[in-house]
Design a protein around this ligand. Structure first.
Ligand code: OKP
Ligand code: ZN
Length: 342
């Protein structure tokens, strides 16, 4: 499959958003979702122009966001765009008794559309999140038009965002937006290899029998998002049987990861027989990742990519997590090398 460079989508305004901190197990930490993540991946792509072509996406159509999300999220992020420069809103009250009552033109109601305290809003959130979604939408378009593989350098990430709520550093579900675009004329599988359970993507498609969702992730009893990602969540209604969760123990290394991938995830994908695959491509299973708990090495990302590529499907890889910035470029390139190896 050597048909020119891999189209890689990225827009420089994704770098305008700089979340400063979040809360982790009671401690205030520097926010792991930094601009350096995207800058370092971009540098790795640009270092190899024969293999990677970096392309700025067009704006994501609002209709594409509207299909995946309650439009109130768009209104809320546009409300946040009016925050004074340097001011950030961290939702800290999350109503459960009066869901749906939030007014998205009032920033103080942001907690009604959010499920955690690690996902701040400021004047740049909309800019970065909408370009991040645009990358995924365009990468899906490139594959729909015949590219065997396209990569969305989406940042901020997306796989925790549900139809109604943001959280987990995710504002729009980029992988879900890509899957929705492809779903119009194809059977789609979403394979989430981010260290964390893709709860947002699961919830978007759990009633859908046209989109198979699979997530391999750290045990949610120990790791974010804590309340979902268990094997018993297999889909609902007509989507029953079309969601697969594969929690793996802390310390999972490349061999154990490949074993889970090849004995459970890939057979489920083959059985579903999709026409296209979306990969929620988190790199936070890396052994040095500050918030992940697996033991994957750079070579393992290439092996994982090659294993997925053995399915022989067109693929859209959408960047999700990965927080050890010094090696994130090498890890992204390794995954893409594996994905383009068959
Ligand atoms: C995003 B992705 C709660 C602390 C939890 C959220 C982790 C989000 C990971 N305030 N931190 O890489 O899946
Ligand atoms: Zn993650």
């Amino acid at each position: 499959m050597s048909t020119g460079p891999i189209p890689c989508f990225f827009h420089p305004e994704q770098l305008d958003f700089k979340p400063r901190y979040e809360w982790a197990f009671g401690e205030r930490i520097d926010h792991p979702e930094t601009t350096a993540r995207a800058e370092n991946i971009l540098a790795a792509l640009r270092a190899d122009p024969e293999r990677f072509e970096v392309i700025a996406p067009a704006r994501v159509p609002l209709g594409a966001i509207r299909q995946a999300h309650n439009y109130k999220l768009v209104t809320l992020y546009n409300t946040a765009s009016l925050l004074p420069e340097g001011e950030t809103f961290y939702p800290s009250v999350f109503p459960r008794e009066s869901l749906g009552k939030g007014d998205p033109t009032n920033i103080r109601h942001a907690g009604a559309f959010c499920f955690d305290s690690g996902t701040p809003l400021n004047a740049q959130t909309w800019t970065a999140a909408s370009w991040s979604a645009a990358c995924a939408f365009e990468a899906a378009g490139a594959v729909a038009k015949g590219a065997p593989l396209a990569y969305a350098l989406s940042r901020p990430p997306g796989h925790h965002a549900t139809r109604e709520h943001f959280g987990g550093y995710s504002y729009f579900n980029n992988s879900g937006i890509a899957a929705r675009r492809l779903r119009r004329d194809a059977r789609v599988a979403v394979l989430d290899i981010d260290f964390h359970h893709g709860n947002g993507t699961q919830s978007m498609f759990e009633r859908d029998d046209r989109v198979l969702t699979i997530s391999l992730h750290g045990d949610p009893l120990e790791y974010y998002p804590f309340y979902c990602g268990f094997p018993g969540e297999t889909g609902k209604g007509r989507g029953a049987g079309y969601n697969l969760n594969l929690p793996l123990p802390q310390g999972t290394d490349g061999d154990a990861y490949l074993d889970a991938l090849e004995s459970h995830a890939l057979p489920a994908i083959r059985h579903f027989a999709p026409e296209v695959l979306v990969i929620a491509a988190g790199l936070d299973g890396y052994y040095l990742d500050p918030i992940g708990g697996f033991a994957l090495r750079t070579e393992d990302f290439e092996r994982i990519g090659a294993s997925i590529a053995s399915l022989g499907l067109p693929m859209v890889a959408v960047q999700e997590g990965g927080y050890y910035t010094p090696d994130i470029g090498a890890n992204a390139a390794a995954l893409l090398t594996g994905l383009s190896s068959v």
